[in-house]
Every structure is written in structure tokens, then in C-alpha cells.
Design a protein around this ligand. Structure first.
Ligand SMILES: Cc1cc2nc3c(=O)[nH]c(=O)nc-3n(C[C@H](O)[C@H](O)[C@H](O)COP(=O)(O)OP(=O)(O)OC[C@H]3O[C@@H](n4cnc5c(N)ncnc54)[C@H](O)[C@@H]3O)c2cc1C
Length: 328
């Protein structure tokens, strides 16, 4: 049986893991965080839940559309009918185009958990090096122990984190080197009562803020008045080393200015820093698979910057791996 290791339990990693497992491989997933989902994640608090990474996803490609329809059917995803506008200084400038937007339910990572199914996953394990020897690949983790005997490795993490893991493939190293990601601060604000504005999400014209969304307008999020505020990439880069508590204070003040209404008292505030949020310039979509070495890389940044791109990059990599290993 082919033994496969997948590093990274975001959507891309788990879609490849799912395809390999269905095709008959023995798959083991390694994830540094305590849960799966990666940038499709939700912060739970005593006040309420906040999707602090991806806000929603769209499905334009027929393959992703089919997957999204299956998730909706299974109750893992739902349509988000939120009103999305362009906003400047408290004024709605325009309506955003009406497209089908979806969210995971009850949390954004529900769809990623669905792909994990019964696949074995090592959570809280950061892979620091991957070495190739006579017995296949060995994964070395931060706690000092190792996992050996893999025929095939998939690296599904952002480029800066992927680079040290593909040392065994000169081709992959050359393809990945130089791909940069913007940081983003996600500030979560909970209010004692609803913020009286007539939209659910807004692209904001502000130096500090790019996007705001009323989290409780999404399915099964509860009734607490929870807002997520994403900083503009260049602003986050300028403030990347500032304490998150101070970021939160500055963003709350700017939020008050851009929505332009009197705000209810703030009952909850937290800021999460995504160091690798969105690619500055994604790659062109070529499949990153070193067939001779049996190692591949995938992730949104190999072709774009969305949830759908993460899924499609995984599809392309799985399509390349399966025939090479006689799977499926
Ligand atoms: C703030 C923000 C807002 C966004 N908004 C949207 C949106 O509205 N719509 C949209 O479509 N997309 C959005 N995106 C992008 C979307 O979240 C991503 O495209 C998608 O989730 C990427 O999935 P992935 O599997 O490629 O990577 P990730 O989700 O980043 O998964 C990589 C995983 O690898 C793990 N990992 C990294 N290094 C290691 C290691 N050494 N060992 C073990 N594990 C490791 C990480 O912990 C992570 O779980 C947003 C992203 C951010 C950050």
C-alpha cells in the first residue's frame, strides 16, 4: 500500500488527503495547529463566534461548484445572502455584485473537517524538515521525534513555510522561492447590541481597514453582535510587529469612523495576526509535483488567493499524483 504524508490541514491539504485516501493510499496528515481548517477558521469566545480568516467562498469552477453543492446538501455549508457594499466615511458608495456566497456551518472550518473524515491526523505537530532516504521519506517535527516510511509527501502550507520542507526537490525549491504573502490583522469586535447599519459586509475605503462583516448575519452563528474587521495588507505590513492589543484599539477607532453611526458599548475585542494571509503575486497555476522524487506542493497561492483556488490546486495535484503511484 502507498503511504502518503500530507503536511498542512487547510482545505488544500485535506482535499488531497481525501482524494488519496479514496484512491486506496494510507494517508497521515500533520498540522501544527490544534485544529484543522487553516485560514478557514473561526475564533470561539464566551461572547460569540468570529470567522477571522476567510469570510465566505464563491464557486465558479464546475468541480468546486459540485463540491459546494454536496456540502450544502450535507448541511456543512450554507448560502450567505448578506448585503455587501462599498463604504467610505459612513456612506454607502455602491452595492457589490450579486454573486452566490457560501460559508461553512456552523463554523467556517466545517467543510474542511468534512474532508478529514476518518483520515489519521497528528494535530499540534509542526514539521520542520523532510528527508528522503532508502526507506522513503522521514518527517522531523519540532518536538524532536520523527515519522518515517512514506512513499509520497504533499506539502500544503504557505510558501515561506513550504520552502524548507521541499529541500529534496530542486525543481520545487526553484518554483516556490520568492513567492511572498501579505500579512493581515483580523480584529474581532463584539457589541452589547446590534450596530445599526443596513449592510452585512463592506469593502472599505480606508488606509487601515479593507473589509468589515457582521458575523452574526451568517447561518448558525448565534445572535451576539459580532463583527470581523480585516486590515488593509499594506497597513498590516507597516504594523506587523505592533502588539495586537494596540492594533485592536486603533482598528476599533477606525471602525467607528468608517461605519459612521454611534456604536453600542464594546463587550469583546481581540486581534489575530495572520502572518501569511494572501499572496502578493500568486503563481500561474502550474501543478507543483516532482514525480521522480514523489513530493508535491499545493495551496491557494499556487494559482490565486481564494478558497476555490486552494481546492483547485489540490485537485490538480491529486490528478498528477494518482496515476504516478498507480492509485485509483
Ligand atoms: C484574513 C483572510 C481573509 C480571507 N478571506 C477570504 C474570503 O473571503 N474568500 C476566500 O475565498 N478566501 C479568503 N481568504 C483566503 C483563504 O482563506 C485561503 O485561500 C484558503 O483558506 C487557503 O487554504 P490552504 O489549504 O491553501 O492554506 P491554509 O489554510 O493556510 O492551510 C495551511 C495549513 O498548514 C499548516 N502549517 C503550516 N506550516 C506547517 C508546518 N510546518 N507543519 C505543520 N502544519 C503547518 C497551517 O497551520 C495551516 O493549517 C482569506 C484569508 C485570510 C487570511
Amino acid at each position: 500500500m502507498i503511504r502518503a504524508a500530507v503536511v498542512g490541514a487547510g482545505l488544500a491539504g485535506l482535499r488531497v488527503a481525501d482524494r488519496l485516501a479514496r484512491a486506496g493510499a494510507e494517508v497521515r496528515v500533520f498540522e501544527k495547529a490544534r485544529g484543522v481548517g487553516g485560514r478557514m477558521s473561526t475564533r470561539r469566545s464566551d461572547f460569540g463566534a468570529f470567522d477571522h480568516g476567510a469570510q465566505y467562498f464563491t464557486a465558479r469552477d464546475p468541480r468546486f461548484r459540485t463540491q459546494v453543492e454536496a456540502w450544502v446538501e450535507a448541511g456543512k455549508a450554507a448560502h450567505w445572502p448578506g448585503r455587501v457594499v462599498r463604504l467610505a466615511e459612513g456612506r454607502v458608495l455602491a452595492e457589490e455584485a450579486c454573486v452566490d456566497r457560501f460559508v461553512g456551518v456552523p463554523r467556517m472550518n466545517a467543510v474542511v473537517r468534512d474532508l478529514l473524515g476518518s483520515i489519521e491526523a497528528e494535530l499540534g505537530v509542526r514539521i520542520e524538515a523532510i528527508r528522503r532516504g532508502e526507506q522513503g521519506y522521514t518527517l522531523h517535527c519540532d518536538a524532536g521525534f520523527e515519522f518515517a516510511g512514506f512513499d509520497l509527501v504533499v506539502v500544503a502550507v504557505p510558501p515561506a513555510q513550504a520552502l524548507p520542507l521541499v529541500a529534496s526537490s530542486e525543481t520545487l525549491r526553484a518554483a516556490i522561492a520568492g513567492v511572498e504573502m501579505w500579512p493581515c490583522h483580523a480584529t474581532m469586535l463584539g457589541f452589547e447590541s446590534p450596530v445599526e447599519v443596513a449592510f452585512d459586509g463592506a469593502l472599505v475605503e480606508s488606509d487601515a481597514i479593507a473589509w468589515i462583516a457582521r458575523n452574526d448575519s451568517k447561518a448558525e452563528r448565534g445572535k451576539a453582535a459580532c463583527w470581523v474587521v480585516h486590515s488593509r495588507a499594506a497597513w498590516s505590513e507597516r504594523h506587523v510587529d505592533l502588539e495586537t492589543a494596540e492594533i485592536g484599539r486603533q482598528i476599533e477607532a477606525e471602525f467607528a469612523r468608517v461605519v459612521g453611526v454611534a456604536l453600542p458599548p464594546v463587550a469583546f475585542r481581540a486581534t489575530h495576526r495572520w502572518l501569511y494571509a494572501r499572496p502578493v503575486r500568486p503563481l500561474d497555476g502550474a501543478t507543483l509535483f516532482d514525480a521522480e522524487a514523489g513530493i508535491g506542493v499545493c495551496g491557494d497561492w499556487t494559482r490565486g488567493d481564494t478558497v476555490e483556488d486552494a481546492f483547485l490546486s489540490a485537485e490538480a495535484l491529486a490528478d498528477a499524483i494518482l496515476p504516478r503511484f498507480g492509485l485509483g
